[in-house]
Design a protein around this ligand. Structure first.
Ligand SMILES: Nc1ncnc2c1ncn2[C@@H]1O[C@H](COP(=O)(O)OP(=O)(O)O)[C@@H](O)[C@H]1O
Ligand SMILES: [Mg+2]
Length: 246
């Protein structure tokens, strides 16, 4: 399969602080790729650079051969990248349906396209169809995370970026969410998952990159990395975060 996303030698700064140092990675068409690393390693910053929330100071990012680094987020979405950021931000007082509508390009007025897309997205999340008229703030934590993912899918992305999907959720809910991501991926959307829970991420991905202090420290097939506990432990420091059942 061809390369969809190519991150080539990027450096990213917060003011004087360098968060990423010569980071390069590739996501091929249809792949599910995990981005691993201890707290502060640069996972979130990498996703921010790809989705246009931050501009790299040097290096290049291309999607299907087109340069996207330095573009604002709303332009990057039009290129086909959707980002589920850390922290699950929803409009709590707005209904599930209204939140979904926000994921549809704002300049689009095509009602039949909207309806078809909302139906397709809600097929992945039947519970959201049941709750379409309910205020987002009244949903459970797991349902809110589903809604954030569903909203991202409303742009019909070629590449979906998901940051800390499992944060604060019960294991049952997390496995449901991962099943849905895999289904989305099987339908052709490439996915990048950032996860603190290493085994969960490796079990649900084709390949993985390990970030350490802003640099890529390791990469490989997820299956091989799963078999190499010592390598994972050495790069991630403390190992699994508290509360992991892996
Ligand atoms: N808004 C910010 N301002 C300054 N430094 C930041 C900011 N966000 C992250 N950093 C720093 O950038 C580095 C990478 O952070 P981040 O990408 O959030 O890591 P991760 O997602 O892997 O935990 C860390 O050293 C962190 O302290
Ligand atoms: Mg993070």
């Amino acid at each position: 399969m061809g390369d969809l996303l190519v991150v080539d030698d990027i450096s990213v700064f917060y003011g004087p602080i360098q968060a990423l140092r010569s980071v390069s990675l590739v996501v091929r068409e249809g792949e599910m790729v995990a981005l691993l690393g201890a707290n502060g390693a640069g996972k979130t910053t990498t996703l921010r650079a790809v989705s246009g929330m931050m501009a790299p100071r040097s290096g290049a990012i291309t999607l299907a051969g087109e340069r996207i680094d330095g573009l604002p987020s709303h332009r990057v979405v039009q290129h086909g990248i959707a980002h589920v950021p850390e922290g699950r931000e929803l409009f709590a007082a707005m209904s599930v349906e209204e939140n979904l509508r926000l994921g549809f390009y704002s300049e689009r007025t095509d009602r039949s396209l909207y309806t078809a897309r909302a139906e397709r997205v809600m097929d992945y999340f039947p519970i959201l169809r049941e709750r379409a008229d309910q205020a987002a703030g009244t949903l459970s934590g797991g349902e809110q995370q589903m809604l954030v993912v569903a909203r991202a899918l409303m742009s019909a992305p070629r590449l979906l970026l998901v940051d800390e999907l499992s944060l604060g959720l019960a294991p049952m809910v997390v496995s449901t969410l991962f099943e849905i991501l895999r289904a989305v991926n099987e339908q052709g959307t490439a996915v990048v998952i950032v996860e603190q829970f290493v085994h969960l991420a490796l079990e649900n991905s084709d390949r993985a990159y390990v970030l350490r202090k802003g640099e890529i420290a390791a990469e490989g097939a997820s299956r091989d990395l799963l078999d190499d506990d010592t390598l994972i432990a050495s790069y991630l420091g403390e190992g699994e975060p508290a509360g992991s059942d892996a």
